[in-house]
Design a protein around this ligand. Structure first.
Ligand code: SF4
Length: 473
């Protein structure tokens, strides 16, 4: 998928100018945290399980080579063909090769952020294949020619009316109204059913790979993943090598946190475990199964100071609780992964330069770290990325010099308080009549959108000392 992260500021400004989109995001930002909080409150051992999952994920990553080898052995014993792909292009070409070997023309695809990362759909379509997304949200954005705006709800940015218009425009099904949500879902089901039945290859993602038995776990709400996995003769599971876990019970522990954090449900409708191709005694299932394990810089991340990021289970909770994501929406981030997790992951998977704006799209409120089920210290990592930008001179020279001056002053509290005391007194004198400033030198980013309130006349430290003295008297 093409990257536009460098244009975050322009993208965000455009998103904020769209009143309908802002209203839609305000509703989501209100309700998604309420649903998650209710699910967590109702689930007693949340914090204990969170710490357990953190340890399990960390242990798996610390011993990744061992668990990957074990997973490969068990999965191969189950009849799967396991492939490793270093890069996005390599994964795409493995998938295309498999499709071509089987003379496939149609592919039914389940939701997979990994294949968004590699741009698989475009690649296969250029190879002459018809690829149909079968997750409802993914299907909607595919029909609209858009990309997902959220890692869990790809079409959360669309209203019911917009989806109705889209279906009436794209589906050649004659006169109908599509008044209700169930009408819309029913229509998508009719269109997708044919594709499920005709596709020669199914592609799905994976939420966890289980080393002890070579199984792959998939969590969905629509059951489309199971249809993609079981109806076509060939199944391809596209995932990343950091998904591997030691035991089946580790995968179910993650499932219990993932679902509550993502949608506030106690369970999703479908949690499936795929072992391999159809056995003689099975009534159905694919005849051939492939599992492709993508690296695409993950082993670099593992060896870096940002390895905690690989614990991410893609629940989307940090997005739902982020004030920046709520204001701008996911498309502003300009690539596959938006919100706080994307602001860390995108620079690591692409380049710090190409996504320089993202680590700065943060208010440091800390909500993302509080709600992350894998206890990933997202704000710390965003701060470290900003530090790296400064060290590597990616941030503008004026900004770096300003920060250096600020740091120099902050290390000299007497001088700092003296100078800020003068500055505040001057601003108070100039601004007190109007109550604020329309513009200020060095603060254009602030005053271009709002007035800067006139200071009350004393700095925080002056007021603090004054009050301490009067409390002592
Ligand atoms: S960083 Fe944490 S909260 Fe965000 S998607 Fe990953 S696991 Fe969920």
């Amino acid at each position: 998928m093409e990257q536009h992260s460098q244009q975050f500021k322009e993208n965000a400004a455009n998103a904020l100018a769209d009143a309908g989109g802002v209203a839609q995001r305000d509703i989501l930002a209100l309700f998604t945290p309420i649903m998650r909080d209710a699910a967590v409150a109702e689930f007693g051992p949340y914090e204990a399980l969170r710490q357990h999952v953190k340890r399990v994920r960390q242990h798996s990553l610390d011993n990744l080579d061992y668990y990957l080898a074990r997973f490969e052995l068990e999965a191969t014993n189950n009849g799967n063909q396991v492939h490793y792909a270093d890069s996005a292009d390599e994964m795409n070409s493995i998938v295309l090769d498999i499709c071509q070997q089987h003379g496939a023309r149609k592919v039914a695809k389940g939701k997979s952020m990994v294949t968004e990362e590699t741009g698989l759909n475009d690649y296969l379509q250029r190879g002459g294949l018809q690829v149909m997304e079968t997750d409802l949200g993914e299907y909607i954005v595919q029909q609209a020619g858009e990309t997902p705006s959220h890692i869990v709800g790809p079409a959360l940015h669309k209203t019911r009316d917009q989806i109705r218009e889209l279906f009436l425009d794209k589906h050649d099904l004659g006169e109908r109204e599509l008044e209700s949500i169930s009408d819309l879902v029913g229509e998508a089901r009719v269109v997708l059913r044919d594709h499920f039945l005709q596709a020669e290859v199914g592609i799905i993602g994976s939420n966890a790979l289980i080393a002890e038995n070579g199984y792959s776990m998939l969590v969905t709400n629509e059951g489309n993943g199971d249809l993609c996995a079981n109806l076509p003769n060939v199944l391809i599971i596209c995932t990343t090598l950091d998904r591997v876990l030691p035991r089946a019970e580790d995968a179910t522990a993650i499932q219990r946190l993932l679902v509550r954090s993502a949608t506030g449900q106690p369970h999703t409708c479908y949690t499936s475990f795929y072992s391999g191709p159809r056995r003689a005694e099975d009534a159905d299932g694919p005849l051939e199964t492939h599992i492709i394990l993508l690296d695409n810089h993950r082993t670099d991340i593992l060896a870096s100071d940002y390895s905690d990021m690989l614990r991410c289970i893609r629940c989307g909770s940090c997005l739902n609780h982020c004030p920046i994501f709520a204001a701008t929406g996911g498309h502003a981030y300009g690539w596959v992964y938006p919100g706080p997790m994307g602001s860390v992951l995108t620079p690591l998977l692409t380049s710090l330069e190409a996504s320089a704006a993202l680590p700065n799209a943060c208010t440091s409120c800390g909500r993302c770290a509080e709600v992350c089920p894998s206890a990933i210290p997202l704000p710390d990592m965003l701060r470290d990325l900003r530090h790296e930008q400064s060290v590597e001179k990616i941030t503008p020279a004026s900004w770096r010099q300003g920060l250096r001056l600020h740091a120099w002053l902050a290390c000299r509290p007497g001088l700092y308080q003296f100078l800020t005391g003068i500055g505040i007194a001057v601003m108070h004198r100039i601004g007190r009549k109007k109550g604020g400033f329309r513009s200020l030198p060095l603060a254009g980013g602030w005053t271009s959108k709002r007035d800067f309130p006139s200071p009350q006349g004393k700095t925080f430290m002056q007021q603090y000392r004054q009050r301490s003295r009067s409390n002592e008297q």
